[in-house]
Design a protein around this ligand. Sequence first.
Ligand code: GDP
Length: 513
Amino acid sequence: MTTPSSRRTFAIISHPDAGKTTLTEKLLLQGGAIHLAGEVKARGQARRARSDWMKIEQQRGISVTSSVMTFRKVFDDGRDITFNLLDTPGHEDFSEDTYRTLTAVDSAIMVIDAAKGIEPQTRKLFEVCRMRSVPIITFVNKVDREGRAVFETLDEVADALALDVVPMSWPVGMGGTFQGVLDFASGLVSRPEGDSREYLGTREAMEIPAEIAEEIELGQAGYPAFDLEAYRNGDLTPVYFGSALKNFGVAELIDAIARFAPPPRPQSSDQGTIDPTRSDVTGFVFKVQANMDPQHRDRIAFMRMVSGTFKRGMKLTPSGLGKPIAVHSPILFFAQDREIADTAEAGDIIGIPNHGTLRVGDTLSEKNDVRFTGLPNFAPEILRRVALKDPTKTKQLRKALDDLSEEGVIQVFYPEIGAQWIVGVVGQLQLDVLISRLEAEYKVEAVLEESPFDTARWLKGSDAALKAFTDFNKSNLAKDRDGDPVFMARSSWDVGYQQERNPELVFSATKER
Ligand code: GDP
């Protein structure tokens, strides 16, 4: 019987091409989930070869299983750890789901390309982690190729992300001079040997060129010691160097997650924080995946377990519904394939098939006595005006937009002035999904037009301050689906300008539900 503390639920944040797929595959291989590793690869290839959403959806079977990948490793010292790796969709399928997944993890691995450093998508995902104080382990990948100087990379992470950095290993040369990776904790250097790696032994036994040896001395002396508490608070990141492709540094990385990454964390709710040791089952839905076949309205809701032991057939009450549902055929994402879950613990994810009753942000609980808070909406990065081909379908459109925004596919904004509704998304693919689902499920034909706005911010402040602002800025104001006021900005500069002029208001890039 495992205890909750044996779970490590994490995600990988990275920019496309940094090596997330390759690293995922290697992590799963080490955990023995070989079959699934092949699927990850297949998915990566499909993604690279094709770009449009329908084709991505043909891979649905793979994408459901690879949404959550569970593997287990028994370490030499007897620790038996179960890892839940949650996929953060990138490339074409980058969306609000990508952000929301980060609300369901306890820690993250940030993969950066040794030659490129911090790239835009990494930074965006990092900001979401920071907002929730999600601790981060950094993996600098591709050291087998020519990259930036190690100090440069470390300084960039420290400066760009305002984090303390602690190198835990050091590459011995890079690119043409690459000779291996020195692990500071063990003092061992792993060296390439054919296609894989081989421990050569201690650093003393290896002839490290003088200038690299000197650099390593400086590196080891020049940074503070690793501090577990600072890491867990999200103030410090341990940095590992390696090559996912050649399997360097991957074992050290898994060991770091097992050793340092936090076990399931307490979650905040309207009843205070709910501890993972609480005995009855509670959890929240962070993602809903719809079946794109219009004939089937089935969905899979992904629930993060916060407490208790889930058993198949258990009755749970979704907060949005108010009456219990029996969860007969949940999906547990374990090792080889989709399996029917028998039990799941705090930190685990279960997939719950349903017909649209479960929504992003819903709490599910045995006793229906708690509501988790803090699952946010994220400010859209793409805004479009919705134009109907048939203007008599306004009612259907409104219903569809409300439904789809509740499901978490899009966000909808109703401007104070003018009749044209605006939809907001985080990734382009969501727009394709929107048009296609409007047609298939609501028989509404619509086109998306450029919007004068670039982003949106939720407004918070006293009634008087809100009224003063809204009276004056009607043409830039909208309401979201809950009727809350939103400032529609023409640029991020606009947001900064208005925030400066209206210090009594908060222009928030997220909205907590
Ligand atoms: P993703 O987009 O982040 O999932 O990146 P992939 O895992 O698909 O990798 C992108 C490319 O980088 C592929 O061609 C990989 O083979 C290559 N790659 C990944 N890791 C390494 C590495 O450690 N060294 C080298 N040289 N190439 C790598």
